[in-house]
Design a protein around this ligand. Structure first.
Ligand code: XIL
Length: 439
């Protein structure tokens, strides 16, 4: 009799619990990416819709430029709408993704002939139309995605926006976004910026400059596309995330998956469980609850993007191709159950002039305010901060890594190298999808 009473509770607790445990550990949400083609799979949708596991979803492709504005000025929100409608039905948060990215751009943008003024107008219109449509439906927007390249210098990516506007496109994008929707969190999102290296240093330099200049930015997302057994250390991740929370920003892990060479072995799956726990702990350990949530880049190997982009690799998710939980699921549960560790609080010493009501509410306590000097837009453009510029680089598609390639920690230099001394592209933990790599 006793066991029949207890068993249903134990089973349900064991069945679905990632978000429940994440919230108990101090996060706002645990979530997953999803995609339109997957939503006809009823067993999949049932799992995705279980908010004890996933209280947040991200459209994997449906809100990208080539989906939303394939022809200039013609906006189609069907795909993104399907996902925000599902979220509304399930009472899930949505991380909206993404507005300004060099990849999955329609050719009229990437191959157009632009001046600063003409592309600026096009970019502003895209941001404004898209954000206005989704107003009230997003917890956060990834406003700018992957602005740095994969050379050893981690220069600004020489994308069409950079070519037309220089690095100022980033500030303009955020300012346009804030005007379009004052209530949504505005994020910069990138990969390989959460551990030691030029890319992390340059991203932090750029974000500091935006914050100190009064550009409205609320958060920094680290994607977290890792390789089994080659994770950055948890403390490196936490330390790098805390550099952003010290600026008054929130941070999140936005696209977590941990891939391996196929076929997977039991040892790989065990290591993957440990690695997922490392990533979860790294977020939980960020001081003052600055890391607000974790999003996995889909929850099942059945729909993971990995095999199609990284040849010979896969098995990167928490559930297998039959929607059965893997050891990695238990690793995440264990890390979330252990919860927040004490003693990781770093002093927060920087106050900012972030021009956002959202930011004000998300700012962690400030112990020693520093008055930032607002700069004008032209001052931002002509700043002497020595992030290498993209001129002189070719930023082409970086093919999928072979299994022998590690997630690279770029060499550390105390100075940011100039563009002319920059080296060749390095292997990264993520290949860069080109424009053809879209749905
Ligand atoms: C990926 C999608 O999951 C794939 O379906 C698509 O073919 C390529 O893009 N960084 C990002 C995401 O910010 O938008 C990418 O999503 C994965 C890398």
């Amino acid at each position: 009799m006793r066991s029949t009473l207890i068993l249903p509770f134990l089973l349900s607790a064991a069945n679905a619990q990632l978000n429940t445990l994440a919230v108990a550990a101090g996060l706002k949400y645990f979530g997953s990416a999803t995609d339109n083609s997957e939503l006809t799979d009823t067993a999949y949708v049932a799992l995705l819709s279980d908010t004890t596991d996933f209280a947040q979803i991200t459209p994997g492709n449906g809100q990208k430029w080539d989906s939303v504005e394939k022809s200039q000025g013609v906006f189609t929100f069907t795909k993104g709408d399907e996902i925000t409608a599902l979220a509304a039905k399930n009472s899930q948060l949505v991380r909206c993704h993404t507005l300004v990215w060099y990849s999955q751009l329609p050719s009229w943008v990437s191959g157009g002939t632009w001046t600063n003024e003409t592309l600026q107008a096009v970019m502003k219109n895209h941001i404004t139309e898209t954000m206005t449509h989704y107003k009230g439906k997003c917890y956060a927007w990834d406003v700018v995605n992957e602005a740095f390249d994969d050379t050893s210098a981690a220069a600004f990516r020489n994308n069409v926006f950079y070519q037309a506007m220089g690095e100022d496109y980033i500030r303009i994008a955020f300012e346009t976004a804030r005007l379009a929707d004052p209530d949504v969190k505005l994020y910069y999102n990138d990969y390989n910026i959460e551990y030691t290296g030029a890319k992390a240093a340059n991203a932090l330099t750029m974000i500091k400059k935006l914050v100190n200049g009064g550009t409205p930015i609320d958060g920094v997302g680290v994607q977290g596309h890792y390789i089994v057994g080659k994770m950055p250390t948890g403390s490196d991740i936490t330390k790098n995330l805390e550099a952003y929370t010290a600026l008054g920003l929130e941070v999140a892990i936005t696209e977590l998956d941990i891939r391996m060479t196929l076929p997977s072995t039991a040892a790989d799956l065990a290591q993957q469980s440990t690695d997922y726990a490392t990533a979860v702990n790294a977020c939980l350990n960020v001081a003052n609850s600055g890391c607000v949530g974790i999003t996995i880049w889909d929850f099942t190997d059945k729909y993971s993007w990995i095999p199609s982009v990284f040849s010979g690799q896969g098995a990167a998710c928490l559930f297998d191709e039959n929607l059965v939980k893997k050891p990695a699921y238990d690793g995440v549960v264990a890390a979330l159950t252990a919860g927040k560790k004490s003693g990781s609080a770093s002093p927060v010493v920087v106050a900012t002039t972030v021009a956002s009501s959202q930011s004000a509410s998300s700012v962690v306590p400030v112990s020693s305010p520093v008055v930032a000097t607002p700069v004008t837009s032209s001052a931002v453009v002509s700043s002497t901060i020595a992030i290498p510029t993209a001129s002189g680089f070719t930023t082409s598609y970086i093919p999928a890594q072979t299994s022998s390639q590690a997630a690279v920690e770029p060499s550390v230099s105390s100075e940011i190298p100039s563009a002319t001394s920059a080296g060749a592209p390095i292997a990264t933990s993520e290949p860069v999808a080109d424009e053809d790599d879209c749905e």
